[in-house]
Design a protein around this ligand. Sequence first.
Ligand SMILES: *Cc1c(COP(=O)(O)O)cnc(C)c1O
Length: 415
Amino acid sequence: MSFLALVSGQLYAESVALPDIAERFGTPCYVYSRASLEAAFDEFERSLAGTDSLVCYAIKANSNLAILNLFAQKGAGFDIVSAGELKRALAAGAAPEKIVFSGVGKTADEMRFALDSGIFCFNVESAPELDRLNQVAGGLGKKAPLSLRVNPDVDPRTHPYISTGLKENKFGVAYEDARELYRKAASLPNIEIRGIGCHIGSQILDPDPFFEAADKMLLLTDRLLADGIHLSHIDLGGGFGIRYTDENEPPIGACLLPILKKLQGRRLKLLLEPGRRLVGNAGILLTRIEYLKTGGTRDFAVVDAAMNDLARPALYGAVHDIVPVTPLAGETRSWEIVGPVCESGDFLGHGRALCLKQGDLIVIRSAGAYGMSMSSNYNTRPRAVEIMVDGSRAHLIRRRESLEALYADESILPS
Ligand SMILES: *Cc1c(COP(=O)(O)O)cnc(C)c1O
């Protein structure tokens, strides 16, 4: 479902004309749709209706408080990877007992903060991390709830940078080592074993790898039971793909139904950690064309958004659909859509057949996930403003940074 529609020659986000948003808030500007965010979450909830399950939104995909708050209100849990994300989640109204803590490098301080907050569980990714968690929990006189992130060695058939469940990845513990590590965990005084988890990659369009991973996890669960280790949940991670241009987005039901069948009669709570799928197509990046630079070997449209705002094209060669806000009836040219940042890799789109005019607005679609959250201040550029549309209203959910704020935490040497 797209929240964009062309009405009388102008692109609207829900019921708000995008030129009005640009006028009011300036560009570059991220625009999110409340209805799309909620629809994406509801697709999971519908597929999981009547089951013992919890959808933990992976905050790193987009961590704006307004978005976290919407999901929290809908009963979502959250998947965090840092103390900062925990702090954000709590500030946005998240229930701590629905938070899972992932990541390969949790510090002792982060563990203490999460234990004090009363999170649902730690997704532990290595033997030394298990030792540290036991120690930190002991220091607080607590038992740390644990799930091991196991690497099922399943090929998610996605981009190598975003596949995480293969043996050579840094994430999780090897499948073959998991049983022994659980036995060790069971012997530790300040650990309470809760579950098992995996996360095999991102932007997965073929559901089969999810089924393969589920089978492997369940096999391990049975073996653990033989060792006297009972698990109460299984976390199959995130990675549900979205349509960027012409991909076939797998329906969530098609991904989950076979898994729910496998879980029947097992008394295992199912956790999921979707990020991209909940926010990716609920957001766009709105940008204005500063210059059309033609006459060389290529034609460039220089826009006011750049790789510091949306890194995915430069970082992964990701392809985002790009559309004009006020389509012109004229001849199209093949445009390089580039930003003002001083890097040749600073592009948002290659060879786009569009009819463009200097000063016009264009939209980079499917920018809700890993857009703002991966943005930086490179070239001392203030990060984009964020807006959420809700019907006919547009709400400012993050104001544009001031130039002064960009160096406010810096100081010069005393003379
Ligand atoms: C990034 C990540 C997710 C979310 O991935 P998406 O592809 O955005 O769904 C979930 N779990 C873990 C552990 C992650 O690292």
